[in-house]
Design a protein around this ligand. Structure first.
Ligand code: TEU
Length: 573
């Protein structure tokens, strides 16, 4: 198997392997608990490798697995070279990597180097005094230079008595920002990269990598979304030296390995993403943009009741499809992750008659686009939002801060705030994976660290695996199609029917063939008319979530949340 992967790697000279791969994201703490302590762990992931193989995915992305005080569930790292004891040991990680490789799956890790934990030895040293050799590993100011507010509440500047200075933390105060201006910090980061790459991992998802270079002027940010403080994005997103840093990282480390890299890029437009991803820039392979995640925001930001307007969604997705193609970059495609609501609840319809169908429709629309699709754990089962009813059920630092801010400062009632959290909280995605209908959804024999979704008796992997018509098998088919049909990797995306508020339809054009992809985003049946410009000598249905006709008809009945993909032969023999 290892040999088989080596061969694929050699062949990958033409099309990089990550271009026709599908990634599965695992939130280790919530995936599968093998030892009954209530936390998912590495051995738990190992136990489920056959499940992932059956789904057919190529790459596993693990959220942070390093030693961490867990203030932000692993995004606060105290030792980059040690596995978080709750999750396992280095030997167990090596075994997981080996077994994944043997099964033909790759593993990428989360690299969190915009900040560390305040318990990282570098920071413990840094705060001892200005003369300490590690002091300059972080960002210090004698007085607070601006109005920036941290992502998780309060100012981004925290006072330390020993140095009589403030340090910068864009996230929680336990997550001090590293000073990338310091070449020693960059050298340390490259050593960390090498440490893991030498173990044979297959790449990195880089946490908020677009924020690592700060504008030395530390300008005030605009106060938006009724926030208490200004936004730091003005002074951090794609800062003045970020491309220099990434090119250096690429030259020194990344370019020496056959790996994939995906950078998390909040507040980055498609134009701004070009220099990160264009192949000739030698920075990253792709980024996660947030443009579609921001479409349902309101004047209070993310915690809003809005639903995404389909025409806005089409505009954003199309912009990215076009921009990445034009610059020879690459897209990452996702509906959800560990920071977002569940895909089916947010973009589809989680209620009983439509959940399965709308989940498959969303999968179809996303997986037929150009780019690398990411499946967030449980999406293949159509897992839904958590529907927690009390603040005590929430664990996430962001949820707790929003609750405080909305009820104490913004004047929202507790009931209204809980409703907003139940729609958008990050904990929606973090409830345990639903394996079967036994206690705790089969996730743990102990007490789960966060509540299991009450719907686990109906929605679980065992049920999906037993039902040939399940979302699981539909995703399996979407993945198989991507592996078998180069047009899904290479075809040129072209949006149809831009103004249609109900149907997302697009083409993927190849030389002799074209894919037509159609999805109904509503709970109403629709008579759909295919654009006259779409011509086919022959057509064949590739996949559909309802009983669609085997060949394309110009006018056809699209069921509520119906989706279909046709392969059109465009050349007449
Ligand atoms: O998220 C970065 C980020 O942009 C978040 O502020 C995100 O927008 C927010 O969670 C949405 O509500 C990354 C990680 O994915 C997240 O889990 C971490 O908490 C954060 O960085 C800090 O490391």
């Amino acid at each position: 198997m290892r040999l088989q992967m080596m061969r694929t790697r050699k062949m990958s000279k033409k099309t990089a392997w990550w271009k026709n791969s599908v990634v599965y994201q695992i939130y280790p703490k919530s995936f599968y608990d093998s030892d009954g302590d209530g936390f998912g762990d590495l051995n738990g992931i190992r136990a489920k490798l056959s499940y992932l193989k059956k789904l057919g995915i190529d790459v596993i992305w693990l959220n942070p697995i390093y030693e961490s005080p867990q203030v932000d569930n692993g995004y606060d790292i105290s030792n980059y070279r040690k596995i978080e004891p709750e999750l396992g040991t280095m030997e167990e990680f090596e075994l997981l990597l080996k077994e994944a490789h043997e099964k033909g799956m790759r593993i990428i890790l989360d690299l969190v180097v915009n900040h560390t934990s305040d318990k990282h030895p570098w920071f413990e040293e840094a705060k001892k005094g200005k003369e300490n050799p590690y002091h300059d590993y972080y960002i210090w100011k004698d007085t607070i230079p601006n109005n920036w507010g941290s992502s998780f509440g309060g100012s981004t500047w925290e006072y330390v008595d020993e140095t009589a200075q403030y340090y910068l933390h864009l996230f929680a105060k336990e997550q001090p920002d590293l000073n990338w201006e310091n070449p020693k910090v960059r050298a340390e980061v490259y050593e960390i990269l090498r440490f893991w790459l030498e173990k044979g991992i297959d790449g990195f998802r880089m946490d908020v990598i677009t924020l690592i270079s700060k504008d030395p002027a530390y300008p005030d940010g605009p106060v938006i979304q009724n926030k208490e403080y200004g936004s730091y994005y003005a002074g951090c997103a794609s800062g003045p030296r970020v491309h220099e840093y990434l090119q250096e990282m690429n030259r020194e480390v990344l370019s020496k390995y056959d790996i994939m890299t995906v950078g998390e890029a909040p507040h980055t437009s498609a134009d701004e993403a070009v220099p990160y991803t264009a192949a000739d820039r030698h920075e990253l392979n792709m980024v996660f943009h947030f443009d579609h995640m921001h479409l349902d925001y309101d004047e209070n930001g993310k915690y809003a009741k809005n639903r995404v307007k389909l025409t806005d969604l089409k505009k954003v997705m199309t912009r990215w499809q076009d921009a990445m193609r034009e610059c020879n970059g690459w897209n990452s495609l996702y509906w959800s992750n560990h920071d977002q609501a569940r895909a089916v609840s947010r973009f589809g319809n989680e209620s009983t008659p439509y959940r399965v169908k709308s989940a498959k429709m969303l999968g179809t629309i996303l997986h037929m686009m150009q780019g690398t699709p990411y499946i967030y754990e449980g999406e293949e089962l159509g897992m839904t939002n958590a529907h927690f009813e009390s603040i005590e059920e929430y664990k996430d630092v962001e949820a707790l801060d929003i609750f405080r801010d909305f009820t104490e400062r913004k004047g929202f009632s507790e009931k209204d705030t809980l409703e907003l959290l139940s729609l958008k909280s990050r904990d929606n995605a973090r409830t345990p994976m639903q394996w079967d209908d036994t206690a705790n959804a089969g996730f743990t024999e102990g007490t789960p660290w966060i509540g299991v979704n009450k719907n686990y008796k109906e929605i679980n992997a065992e049920q999906c695996l037993a039902d040939p018509d399940s979302i699981f098998y539909y995703y399996q088919e979407l993945i198989r199609l991507r592996h078998e049909m180069p047009i899904i990797t290479d075809g040129v995306y072209e949006l149809l029917d831009q103004e249609n508020e109900s149907v997302y339809a697009y083409l993927r054009k190849g030389e002799k063939e074209t894919l037509l992809v159609v999805g109904n985003f509503t709970d109403e049946p629709i008579n759909y008319h295919v654009d006259e410009n779409v011509q086919a000598a022959k057509s064949r249905l590739l996949i559909s979530n309802y009983n669609a006709a085997e060949t394309l008809e110009r006018d056809f009945a699209l069921e509520p949340y119906g989706a279909c993909v046709y392969l059109l032969e465009t050349e007449i023999e």
